[in-house]
Structures are given as structure tokens and as C-alpha cells.
Design a protein around this ligand. Structure first.
Ligand code: SF4
Ligand code: SF4
Length: 206
């Protein structure tokens, strides 16, 4: 009989304790996020997704070198002398075409190490987290804004200019060598030194 009364009291107490918690929270503001209807606001400095402001990129490759998992792929082509690519918003001169700037977010481990060495602060994390994909290849983000035709064009021009510069260097080198040879030929030959009297022989004779 005592056991039944004790158990009944425990049950009654548990119900009222639970209901007490429910009633207390009933009058407090709700904390539940109704995602995806309501978007979660990420805290400042959250690492969610990388973004590159390609207009400010100078193609220095520092971000790619800092990445511990090699998920940044950059290919640059030197701009030819007839092209002025201008400057970044931070005043750094742009000397390279960015023919490729890919970030594989499937490989990225969100360490943020790539953002620190950037001299123009053009690579940074953005508070965007809804980018899941069924196909992993869709997680490779392409930031270069050049069309394939433009890439071919700049590569061709750069190769041509590099070839011309190489030929010019070789021509100058040949000229320099030829001049040095002529100079060596026209240089008067040093006169032979007068022979020293053989003192040793004289000593022996005397
Ligand atoms: S956040 Fe880290 S892993 Fe991701 S690209 Fe930058 S350096 Fe690489
Ligand atoms: S470090 Fe910055 S400027 Fe240099 S290649 Fe990377 S994003 Fe571009």
C-alpha cells in the first residue's frame, strides 16, 4: 500500500514539474529557428564560403601557396606590353591575366589561411552556407571572368611576345660577343719582355 502511494506521488510530482517547465517557457520569447523559412544569421568572422573579387586580384598566387590542401588553382598569363590592365582598388598594378582561378570548396577545410597573405584583400569568406550539391564537381567555383576565346587570345599574344623578346635577347648577346671579339683582335699585342742577363752562367764562368 505504501509503495503504491509513494509511486503515485512521484508520478504526480513529475507531471507537475514538467508542466511547470513548459508553462515557464510558454511566457518566454521563442528560441527555435524556423530554418529554412527563417535564415540563420552567422556570427561575424564565420567561415562559410570563399569568395574572390577577381577585379582586385593581381595573380600573385600567395593564397594558393598558403592553402594546405591545394584546393586553389590559379593560372596567369603575363599581359603583353600593349595592354594596360590598370590597378586594383588598393592601388596595386595588375600585370597578369587571370586565365584560371578555381577554388574547390569540396576540398576546402575552411581554415581561412588563404585570406591572410592576400596583398589586396580580395579573397575572403562570405556568410553563405546554402550551397550543397549532388555533384561534387559543382563545388569547384570558377572566378576567372575571361571567356575561352579571350584566354586563347592572351596566351597566343603572350607566347608571341615572349618569343620576340627571346630572339631580341639572343641578337643582343651575339652582338655583344662579336664586339668583345673585335676588341680582343684590335688590342695591340704586348711587347715581349727583354731577356734578363743570365747571372748564374756568368758566376759559373768567373
Ligand atoms: S580556407 Fe583553407 S583549405 Fe580552404 S582554400 Fe583557404 S587555405 Fe585552402
Ligand atoms: S593572394 Fe589575393 S591577389 Fe594574390 S592570387 Fe590570391 S586572391 Fe589574387
Amino acid at each position: 500500500m505504501t509503495t503504491v502511494i509513494r509511486e503515485g506521488w512521484t508520478t504526480f510530482k513529475s507531471i507537475f514539474t514538467g508542466m511547470g517547465v513548459t508553462i515557464r517557457h510558454f511566457f518566454k520569447p521563442a528560441v527555435t529557428e524556423l530554418y529554412p523559412e527563417e535564415k540563420v544569421e552567422l556570427p561575424k568572422g564565420a567561415r562559410a564560403k570563399l569568395y574572390v573579387n577577381i577585379d582586385d586580384c593581381i595573380g600573385c598566387n600567395l593564397c594558393a601557396r598558403a592553402c594546405p590542401v591545394n584546393c586553389i588553382d590559379i593560372e596567369t598569363v603575363m599581359a603583353t606590353s600593349d595592354v594596360d590592365l590598370g590597378k586594383t582598388s588598393t592601388g596595386n598594378p595588375k600585370r597578369f591575366w587571370l586565365t584560371q582561378f578555381d577554388i574547390d570548396m569540396a576540398k576546402c577545410m575552411y581554415c581561412d589561411l588563404c585570406t591572410f597573405p592576400c596583398p589586396t584583400d580580395c579573397i575572403y569568406m562570405v556568410p553563405e552556407y546554402e550551397y550543397s550539391e549532388f555533384d561534387r564537381t559543382n563545388l569547384v567555383y570558377h572566378f576567372s571572368d575571361l571567356t575561352p576565346e579571350k584566354v586563347d587570345e592572351v596566351k597566343e599574344k603572350a607566347e608571341k611576345e615572349a618569343e620576340e623578346k627571346k630572339k631580341e635577347r639572343e641578337r643582343k648577346m651575339k652582338e655583344k660577343k662579336a664586339k668583345a671579339k673585335d676588341k680582343a683582335k684590335s688590342k695591340p699585342k704586348p711587347k715581349p719582355k727583354p731577356k734578363q742577363p743570365d747571372n748564374k752562367k756568368d758566376d759559373e764562368e768567373s
